[in-house]
Design a protein around this ligand. Structure first.
Ligand code: PLP
Length: 386
């Protein structure tokens, strides 16, 4: 069979490969502690599950508008206002089957040979994979440990060229937990005034997952770029709903019809019951979100010092999300070597840093989506390797 050239360029997410190997080892009877996976280890709140069940019982089992049902888009608009002070019309919101389709569609819209798309590195691997799939040139935005894994606005602006079509940013960030300070966002946005043709996609999927009283800086709060801004967000992380496949994005007037058309061509709509669950999640009690974040915070405070006790590990305290990204260069291993040794010898699953980009070399990502007992034991097992 002859396939398109683009298919050779499509990458993947190593976390899923690590998960497959971890499950294989578990099936062989090995005791594996999984700190590799990027999903909360909590259940979707009961009232959200009940809303989906009720929707099905009420007969909501058909197609919905491709853009998503209006009450859900209204609930999203109200939520964005309540949490980030942003004014967004439901007409500019598209409901998506998860967070990923927004990046897929945005990159499809802007990517083609001869043009450049900038993306965070280390960053979510699908950005680069999709950029390469379209034939566009991926231009990494280095996120450095000495900069708390935030982008440097000056560096981003220096790397924009007349071929740049789209800049992708992500804060709080996967895989680092880094949070970009407001001053840096301010500086980037004001510099972008010189590049009015360049679009921005801000991946804000961890916008509700911040620690130490940090406040999320949404790109939605910058009216001067709203006509070229796409914001990706969703329910997966905040409401522990990764498997439901529910996300949303905000699009400018000039793009909303185009993304709805892509949705019609691709998935028609998100399944109806899930959309009703999304309304319940946003409008119901947020107690489960608060409890989850308290728990993540306690784990974060525990895991960072434990990792820093291991010879050769240097780990920052993340400002958001549920990942730590220690530098392990001084252990004398590469990230991949250490990941393999941790999984095969110590029975601890983590993800090598270079699967998130070249600037992730010499790092490993641990997700603290596991119980404190398991995390403590896992880090002890890793320490015993040295
Ligand atoms: N964006 C970032 C930065 C992520 O870390 C993830 C998932 O890990 C996603 C998007 C995708 O989320 P979803 O599972 O809703 O597609």
């Amino acid at each position: 069979m002859d396939l398109t050239e683009n298919m050779n360029s499509l990458g993947t997410e190593t976390a899923f490969e690590v998960l497959a190997r971890a499950e294989q080892l578990m099936a062989e009877g090995r005791d594996i502690i999984n700190l590799g996976i990027g999903q909360p280890d909590f259940r979707t709140p009961d009232h959200v599950v009940e809303a989906a069940v009720k929707a099905l019982r009420d007969g909501h089992h058909g197609y919905t508008p491709a853009q998503g049902i209006l009450p859900l888009r209204e609930a999203v608009a109200e939520d964005l206002h309540a949490h980030h002070g942003a004014t967004v019309s439901p007409a500019n919101i598209a409901i998506m089957p998860g967070g990923k389709p927004t990046m897929f569609f945005a990159i499809l819209m802007f990517g083609e040979p001869g043009f450049e798309i900038m993306y965070p590195d280390p960053g979510f691997p699908i950005y680069r994979s999709m950029i390469e799939f379209t034939g566009a040139t991926p231009v990494p935005i280095a996120l450095r440990m000495e900069n708390n894994f935030a982008f440097s606005a000056d560096e981003v602006l220096e790397n924009i060229s007349d071929k740049t079509r789209l800049i992708i940013v992500n804060s709080p960030g996967n895989p680092t937990g880094g949070v970009t300070p407001k001053e840096e966002v301010d500086k980037l946005v004001s510099g972008l005034a010189d590049w009015p043709e360049v679009a921005i996609m801000s991946d804000e999927i961890y916008s509700r997952m911040l620690y130490d009283g940090l406040e999320h800086v949404s790109f939605l709060n910058y009216p001067e770029i709203r006509d070229r801004l796409i914001v990706l967000n969703g329910w997966s992380k905040t409401y522990a709903m990764t498997g439901w496949r529910l996300g949303f994005s905000v699009w400018p007037d000039s793009l909303i019809e185009k993304v709805v058309r892509l949705s019609v061509n691709n998935h028609s709509c998100v399944n109806a019951a899930t959309q009703f669950a999304g309304i319940a999640a946003l409008t119901g009690t947020q107690d489960a979100v608060d409890a989850m974040m308290m728990e993540f915070d306690a784990r974060r405070r525990m895991i960072v010092p434990l990792l820093n006790e291991i010879p050769g590990f240097r780990c920052l305290e993340p400002g958001g999300a549920f990942y730590v990204f220690p530098n392990i260069e001084e252990t004398g291993r590469t990230g991949k070597e250490l990941q393999t040794e941790m999984l095969e010898v110590a029975g601890v699953a983590a993800v090598p840093g270079n699967s998130f980009g070249i600037y992730g070399d010499g790092f490993v990502r641990f997700s603290y989506a596991n119980s404190t007992e398991k995390i403590r034991e896992a880090i002890q097992r890793v320490g015993n390797l040295f």
